[in-house]
Ligand binder design. Structure first.
Ligand code: 5GP
Ligand code: SF4
Ligand code: MG
Length: 455
């Protein structure tokens, strides 16, 4: 998911939040929402689909106030439906509060049980509602103090933007798994999952929130509370591999540069005689450029992607697919025919994408196709907010390399090593979560019976 918050009295906060969310669209395409506070009340509009589908001039104009938060949803837990769309808005002892969450709690079932036993009721199946109920449990205190208590009880990954009737608050979990940064712009303060949202608004990047930090923005300015912190941060390395936008800088590392370095390291580890290096658009572009540079091979855009295939697009029927309807990707045949090509993608999860692409390239007449993956095999499920496992079986966890190569029908298949992955980032490996690759989980994961909901 992507979260955004803006504190800008006197400005059109709903429209600014709309642009911010638009820049974070890659973090979730399932639903979008914006809540706005005007000092007395919080109004919200949310819907299923893309930011540009959910909002229009009229519904944005109806949201006026001084503070706004927004959310784009990518579903990990909880079904895809409007009740699970965020921000969640609720009324408690001290007024109204809105919240938007990126991440995934690992003790959600426990907390839900505990809260249920003491009388809480739930409307949705999201983790965010658990956080809402925890805040309400500490309603004798100001929200920021309640959030400090919540940090003691919540386990897992959470970057939150919270809004009262007159405050904007940002919270990052003690490991800093999901990103969250602070920016400023002509007297306005902004919180965003990624710095690309600040760039979009022409705001200045101020800093990333520290793991465990709570930032409070109101008429008194900006202040910060430091909640629990752990010995080692655990920034999600998959944000750099796949999830984040390449122009973002997360915790000091530029995503595009990391991806390019992944490709360079792949070339240092594995070479194969070929005529061209072809990226799988868009996720493989930076790595393919890095690979081509080190290998001294031409970088060729051999696959064209239609960027307008949204979620609400009517998917082709099997009959259409058999006809060869290529809505999303189309090979550029004249530059592929009789060539030995290397195709590079950022990751291989189920192998479905690669298998389709290899078949497409063979139909286009390539002589050889070598599939190189700019990250190590995904062997373990993520419990911290990326749904690699929910997307079906992890092929690398079940089959040896040669079987996968045969399944995707490539002439050769090679993954980047773990060392190559860690060499591609500036911080030491102890500062990252890479559990989906290594199996070493920085935060305790749910018990097997609770974990079944992830598989
Ligand atoms: P596969 O087809 O092997 O399951 O997935 C690999 C492809 O999916 C890659 O092109 C990669 O860019 C993309 N991918 C990796 N992680 C995710 C994810 O969490 N969600 C979605 N939608 N795509 C992903
Ligand atoms: Fe990121 Fe993988 Fe860790 Fe999940 S398990 S937080 S995807 S690195
Ligand atoms: Mg991809």
């Amino acid at each position: 998911c992507g979260v955004f918050g803006i504190y800008a009295p006197g400005q059109d906060v709903a429209r600014l939040a709309y642009y911010g969310l638009f820049a974070l669209q890659h973090r979730g395409q399932e639903s979008a929402g914006i809540a706005v506070a005007n000092g007395r009340h919080i109004a919200v509009h949310k819907g299923m689909g893309l930011v540009a589908e959910v909002f229009n001039r009229d519904n944005l104009r109806a949201l006026h106030g001084d503070v706004a938060i927004g959310h784009v949803r990518y579903s990990t837990t909880g079904a895809s439906s409007l009740v699970n769309a965020q921000p969640l808005v609720f009324r408690y002892l001290r007024g109204m509060v809105a919240i938007a969450h990126n991440g995934n709690l690992t003790n959600a079932s426990e907390l839900r049980r505990e809260l249920g036993a003491s009388g809480s009721i739930f409307q949705s199946s999201t983790d965010s509602e658990i956080i809402v109920n925890l805040i309400a449990r500490h309603s004798q205190e100001p929200v920021e103090a309640a959030l400090l208590h919540c940090q003691e009880e919540l386990r897992g990954a959470y970057s939150l933007v919270v809004m009262t009737e007159e405050q904007l608050i940002g919270v990052r979990d003690p490991h800093g798994v999901r990103p969250l940064c602070l920016g400023r712009m002509d007297g306005a303060w902004i919180l965003a999952s990624e710095s690309c949202a600040l760039d979009t608004l022409g705001a200045d990047f101020v800093r990333d929130l520290e793991p465990g930090e709570i930032v409070i923005i109101d008429s008194r300015g900006v202040r910060s509370l430091q909640g629990p912190r752990v010995a080692h941060r655990a920034h999600c390395i998959f944000e750099y591999v796949y999830f984040a936008r390449p122009d973002s800088i997360l915790d000091g590392e530029t995503v595009n540069l990391v991806r390019r370095e992944l490709g360079r390291n792949l070339a240092r580890e594995y070479r194969v005689a070929a005529d061209a290096v072809i990226p799988v658009p868009d996720s493989g572009i930076a790595a393919a450029a890095g690979y081509a540079e080190v290998a001294g091979l031409p970088f060729v855009e051999g696959l064209m992607k239609n960027r307008y295939v949204g979620r609400t697009f009517i998917q082709p029927t099997q009959e259409m697919r058999d006809l060869g309807v290529r809505l999303k990707l189309n090979p550029i045949k004249p530059i592929l025919k009789d060539k030995r090509v290397i195709i590079i993608d950022d990751s291989l999860v189920r192998g479905t994408t690669s298998r389709r692409i290899v078949a497409m390239l063979r139909q286009a007449g390539v002589r050889e196709v070598h599939l190189l993956v700019a990250s190590p095999p995904v062997l373990h499920p993520c419990y911290y907010g990326i749904d690699t496992s929910a997307r079906g079986e992890l092929i690398a966890a079940r089959y040896p390399l040669e079987d996968i190569r045969r399944h995707v029908d490539a002439d050769s298949l090679h993954y980047l090593s773990l060392e190559g992955l860690f060499r591609s980032v500036q911080r030491g490996m102890e500062d990252f979560c890479a559990a989906c690759f290594t199996g070493s989980y920085p935060i305790p994961i749910p018990s097997p019976e609770e974990a079944t909901k992830y598989s």
